[in-house]
Design a protein around this ligand. Structure first.
Ligand SMILES: *Cc1c(COP(=O)(O)O)cnc(C)c1O
Length: 356
């Protein structure tokens, strides 16, 4: 028997979340972002739930090829473009669309031998200062791309730093409009946060990632209340032991938690080797037997320990939800000082995953 820990991918939630994106951006086409193995959910496992998308966005050539092998014949966008000249052979063979963000990539494209023109998304650095051409250099880059024989359609692309936050997108919209002024072509700007909260930035293509998986772009669960988004993953386990401890007794490595009075402790099959963050502090929410309780003591490699005071009937075999429909991943992430994105991407290969 495997350990009683598994991740369940909810196909209907993925399809629902894609429909939510359509409702928010009815006039735009959708790049469903499935980088990082579909944010830890598994590319092959999310494909059935997301196949009503217009295109898929990802980073790895291998994942792009895998999508083709799954039968996806539509657009696939390489969000960071390519890294070596030989990558362009794969782009050509599998008819991929690629971001182009630098002169180095442009030069590789100019030197490439292609069987047909490749569609590109020319990336502008509108203020995030990671990838792309500055607004001042954008037109020249676009003209260079247009003059390149191997280039087909050119979409204008940028990425927001603060679409989920206080600063917002105005400073980047201003830079984008300035750099793209007078340039024809489709536009692709919005990540999940802009898809939900900045309709003026939707344009021709939106690029949602995290909301397809039912988590919050800002890491705050309340921010997506009322959107209709549903968690696409449940991380579930069971109690494998219980302990009665007396006042003053401690639990786990480092004896970081001491019982104030007699209490019952549950031991859950899930630890940091499964991707559950070791930074999860005392008080991190966990659901046992349908009841909300809290983590106590340190996260071990293969186990965590929880307070069974609110769940007196729980025993060995009781179901545990680490996150899922009853416990938003962002609430767990918040306790750990991170965001849902990181937790879902960190689910370890040893955790059995199944779709339903
Ligand atoms: C990851 C990524 C997205 C999706 O971001 P979310 O916040 O998950 O919606 C969109 N565009 C680019 C270029 C990305 O790298």
């Amino acid at each position: 028997m495997p350990r009683p820990l598994s991740a369940i991918i909810h196909t209907s939630a993925l399809a629902n979340n894609l429909a939510v994106v359509r409702r928010y951006a009815p006039k735009s086409r959708i790049w469903a972002v499935v980088k990082a193995n579909a944010y830890g959910h598994g590319l092959a496992r999310v494909f059935p739930g997301l196949r009503a998308t217009d295109g898929f966005g990802l980073l790895d050539l291998e994942e792009a090829v895998k999508l083709r092998e799954l039968g996806w014949a539509g657009p696939i966008l390489l969000l960071e473009g390519f890294f070596r000249p030989t990558d362009i052979d794969v782009i050509d063979r599998y008819s991929l669309t690629t971001a182009v963000h630098s002169d180095e990539q442009m030069r590789m494209l100019e030197m490439a031998r292609l069987s047909k023109p490749v569609n590109i998304q020319l990336k502008m650095n509108s203020g995030m200062n990671r990838l792309g051409y500055t607004p001042e250099r954008y037109r020249a880059a676009w003209e260079r791309a247009r003059a390149c024989q191997g280039v087909g359609q050119i979409t204008l692309m940028t990425h927001f730093s603060d679409a989920d936050g206080e600063r917002g997108i105005a400073y980047q919209m201003e830079a984008f409009e300035r750099g793209a002024e007078g340039i024809a072509g489709a536009r692709s700007l919005s990540n999940s946060a802009a898809t939900l909260w900045h309709p003026a930035a939707h344009f021709d293509w939106v690029r949602p990632g995290i909301i397809l998986y039912g988590a919050s772009p800002s890491g705050v669960t309340a921010a997506i209340e009322g959107t209709g988004l549903q968690p696409a993953m449940t991380l579930a386990s069971e109690l494998i032991a219980t302990q009665m401890v007396a006042a003053g007794q401690t639990i786990g490595y480092g004896s970081t938690f001491a019982a104030r009075g007699p209490m019952r402790i549950g031991v859950v099959a899930c630890g940091y080797a499964d991707g559950y963050s070791r930074t999860a502090p005392e008080g991190t929410p966990v659901i046992v037997d349908g009841v909300l309780t809290r983590l106590v003591g340190r996260v071990s490699m293969d186990m965590i320990t929880v307070d069974l005071t609110p769940c007196p009937t729980a025993g060995v075999g009781s179901r545990v939800e680490l996150w899922g429909p009853n416990l938003p991943i962002d609430d767990v992430a918040r306790a750990c000082g991170t965001i849902g994105y990181e937790l879902m991407c960190a689910v370890a290969p040893r955790v059995p995953v199944r779709a339903e």
